[in-house]
Design a binder for this molecule. Structure first.
Ligand SMILES: Nc1ncnc2c1ncn2[C@@H]1O[C@H](COP(=O)(O)OP(=O)(O)O)[C@@H](O)[C@H]1O
Ligand SMILES: Cc1ncc(COP(=O)(O)OP(=O)(O)O)c(N)n1
Length: 264
């Protein structure tokens, strides 16, 4: 048997299984890749919010990364919750040493408004992590945190993209999921531009959308697609997962990572 393409997520654990490492690994399986993980923090989290989180020591993050990369190897990396400036800088340094494409989801705040990144880490995200990203995937809250630009309509996506690109990622995907109307995202490398538009699903069970999209992009890159093709395929996958998001617990349920299997 030939081994499937290998993808590594460097992110936090979501005990509720909708976002973070758990969402990433489910997405990778659904898209036919072999998912591997470097856990940066453990959250106590459910459909109602994040009740607490605990960071792992920098040595534990480095050791997990080296174990995976030095033996198994990776064809794409995705980063998510990194919690602190120290972890952001460690991960940026590790990514600088690999040729694998890196999808950086600069996770700042969860859907419930719980902070997953120290304010003191923002500068490290701007100056260390974004410059090593192949694709950065901020949502509009993260755009505001990183650039000070508030986007409240589709027209603002282009200005936001230019501001994030100035920090050095090769590509930026500004996610317009928090706007009204169609779910519109803007992908650009500064010369090429792609508008990705999908119908907005009127479904409150959208926990994990950002993690799922970023992991799907990483999976498609690992399979050999170029960035625009990978992002388009990932958008199609996340849109289907949002359409099938389901209720769990008393709050916001997860997107359905397995929607394609269930349809079959
Ligand atoms: N209700 C929805 N219907 C369809 N697509 C959505 C919906 N909400 C978000 N999206 C899409 O999900 C992806 C993740 O976006 P977003 O939810 O903004 O990220 P995050 O989880 O980081 O806040 C984007 O492609 C966005 O357009
Ligand atoms: C451990 C962990 N990492 C990231 C997030 C944020 O995930 P995201 O996909 O942006 O989904 P929402 O939380 O916004 O629904 C998280 N919650 N936990």
């Amino acid at each position: 048997m030939t081994a499937p393409p290998r993808v590594l997520t460097v992110a936090g654990s979501d005990s509720g299984g909708g976002a973070g490492i758990q969402a990433d690994l489910k997405t990778m399986l659904a898209l036919g890749t072999h998912g591997m993980s470097v856990i940066t923090a453990v959250t106590a989290q459910n459909s109602l919010g994040v009740q607490g989180f605990w960071e792992l020591p920098v040595e534990a993050v480095r050791a997990q990364y080296r174990s995976v990369v030095d033996d198994i190897g990776v064809q794409a990396v995705k980063t998510g919750m990194l919690a602190s400036a120290e972890l952001v800088e460690t991960v940026a340094e590790l990514l600088a040493g690999t040729d694998a494409p890196a999808v950086v989801d600069p996770v700042g705040v969860s859907k419930h408004g719980d902070s997953l990144l120290a304010a003191s880490a923002l500068d490290s995200v701007r100056t260390k992590l974004l410059p090593v990203a192949t694709v950065a995937t901020p949502n509009l809250d993260e755009v505001a945190q990183l650039t000070g630009i508030e986007v409240d309509s589709e027209d603002g996506l282009r200005r936001a993209a230019a501001a994030v690109l100035a920090y050095g990622p090769k590509w930026v995907l500004i996610k317009g999921g928090h706007l009204r109307g169609d779910a519109v995202d803007l992908l650009t490398d500064g010369s090429e531009e792609h508008v990705l538009r999908a119908p907005r699903h009127d479904n409150r069970h959208t926990h994990g959308t950002g993690c799922t999209l970023a992991s799907a992009i990483a999976s498609q890159l690992a399979k050999g697609q170029g960035v625009p093709e990978a992002v388009m395929a990932a958008k199609e996958y996340v849109t289907g997962a949002i359409a099938e998001g389901f209720a769990l617990g008393g709050g916001i349920g997860p997107v359905d990572h397995g929607w394609r299997f269930r349809e079959a």
